[in-house]
Write a protein that binds this ligand. Structure first.
Ligand SMILES: Cc1cc2nc3c(=O)[nH]c(=O)nc-3n(C[C@H](O)[C@H](O)[C@H](O)COP(=O)(O)OP(=O)(O)OC[C@H]3O[C@@H](n4cnc5c(N)ncnc54)[C@H](O)[C@@H]3O)c2cc1C
Length: 434
């Protein structure tokens, strides 16, 4: 099977991919290199293996066990997070951590050790995994947990799919009284104000994240909206997988996200919030997954796609460095479309190479304008690394080996535990070529 269903979200890398459905003997019988594939919601090449074959897990999506008393769920790893939510919410349980899209598989969430708007309280996804079964080419199938094959357990959480194919996983869920979210939006007028608000917002709320108008200059530099949230107590426990309200039916011949549209959108979004503070009750899909409301929104970036740059920065210098990163974008005349700033808490992840670390994380999205975008991204990498930070591998499609290795100095430990038949384009790029 070779087709374009295996594109990643950024759509910057084009080619046909060979793929086969995951089967128990796939690794033992491997001809050439393989890589587990979830649902392609990573932005770049960490879910690609163009010299080999992808192992598609999406048909393996059953809930194997669920205890509504204890909130422990065991499922095959091809299941999407939205399907887990549909199964568990009527019983008063929620995902302990969810990323910004519900269309991610359980396997992908573990392999990237994803984070959500509650990182300051819950840490990463991997922290809530009791155990999983993993299949390897060299020593077959094993069950791993913090007490059993713990080295492989830790390396697999955030292990970018390189340590084996996870076939099922067991997760501890979070008890909630409602699917609805009591949302508080606070408008802040510059970056300094955000940093003054962030700590208290985290102390008082289960969820907190900020959107930044990356185009604003002068006194409004770094202005934005802080979106805090807590589960309501109204007992509404229904969840329907939110079908996109509208969908982008085809890829336009050029990016619709251009300089003018970027500036206008950012201004409008900021001014949409008229009061300094507002409080509403909203459906959880609108709080957690606003972008899922527009099907295939990545097509708006045209045939060249988009790059995302996400960095994690130490607490000590985060305010200065976030300002430096935003200024670099403005100076390059390439403001980001969607800019998100969030504090990462100090809850440790079991993952050997998990991306989140205590401090702040800034996420920037850019239409791919070729060499000038790549030059800007490289500059953002340098600012990040010099500040002692890290660049996120599963949002990346182009970082250098030097940037990756500075971001994840323990990468050789993962290489030692890598299944010898598993390989990704990303891993080839950042570890095998220097
Ligand atoms: C709109 C949007 C918002 C997002 N928001 C966030 C966010 O808030 N926080 C965040 O952390 N991420 C976020 N992401 C990124 C996304 O959550 C991650 O990239 C996620 O891991 C993708 O999962 P996937 O199922 O699509 O897997 P893929 O992208 O297909 O694969 C991801 C990795 O998992 C491996 N893998 C997949 N299945 C298995 C398996 N069964 N066994 C072993 N390895 C496996 C693959 O080899 C690959 O390395 C967002 C992405 C989008 C598009």
């Amino acid at each position: 099977m070779a087709n374009d269903n295996y594109q990643s979200w950024g759509r910057t890398i084009k080619c046909n991919r060979a793929a086969t459905e995951w089967q128990a003997d796939a690794l033992a019988d491997a001809q050439g290199s393989l890589l587990p594939f979830g649902n392609g919601k990573s932005y770049g090449d960490s879910c690609h293996n163009d010299a080999g074959t992808l192992l598609d897990n999406r048909n393996h999506k059953d809930v194997l066990e669920f205890n509504p008393e204890t909130g422990v769920l065991r499922a095959q790893t091809g299941i999407l997070l939205c399907d887990i939510l549909e199964h568990i919410l009527p019983h008063g349980w929620f995902l302990p951590v969810t990323p910004g899209t519900q269309f991610v598989t359980l396997g992908g969430a573990i392999a990237n050790d994803v984070h959500g708007k509650n990182h300051h309280r819950a840490g990463t996804f991997g922290r809530h995994v009791n155990c999983f079964e993993i299949a390897r080419s060299d020593f077959g199938t094993q069950i791993c947990s913090p007490d059993r094959h713990s080295e492989l357990f830790d390396a697999t959480i955030g292990g970018l799919g390189l340590t084996g194919n996870i076939t099922w996983a067991e997760l501890r869920l979070m008890k909630v009284a409602s699917a609805d979210i009591d949302q508080q939006i606070i408008r802040f007028s510059n970056l300094e104000n955000y940093f003054a608000l962030a700590g208290e917002a985290d102390r008082n709320n289960e969820y907190s994240v900020a959107w930044i108008d990356s185009h604003a200059t002068g006194r409004g530099f770094g202005r934005g909206l802080l979106l805090n949230g807590n589960h309501a107590d109204n007992g509404n426990l229904t969840y329907q997988v939110s079908k996109p309200r509208i969908s982008v039916p085809f890829t336009p011949p050029f990016s619709l996200i251009n300089g003018l549209a970027l500036r206008a959108f950012n201004q409008l979004y900021y001014h949409k919030q008229r009061k300094v503070e507002s409080n509403d009750r909203v459906a959880c899909s609108s709080y957690f997954y606003p972008l899922d409301g527009i099907g295939n929104w990545n097509r708006l970036y045209g045939p060249k796609g988009l790059y995302q740059h996400q960095c994690a920065l130490p607490v000590e210098n985060a305010e200065t460095v976030v300002a430096d990163l935003l200024k670099a974008c403005q100076k390059a005349g390439q403001g980001s479309f969607l800019t998100v700033l969030k504090r990462f808490g100090n809850v440790p992840s079991p993952g050997l190479l998990s991306f989140p670390r205590e401090g702040f994380t800034l996420t920037l999205d850019f239409p791919n304008s070729g060499a000038r975008t790549l030059a800007l991204m490289h500059q953002l990498d340098q600012i990040t690394v010099q500040a002692g930070g890290a660049v996120n591998p599963y949002k990346d499609a182009r970082m250098s080996a030097v940037t990756y290795q500075a971001s994840f100095p323990r990468w050789q430990e993962l290489e030692r535990l890598r299944d010898p038949v598993l390989m990704s384009d990303f891993w080839r790029r950042v570890t095998l070529k220097s």
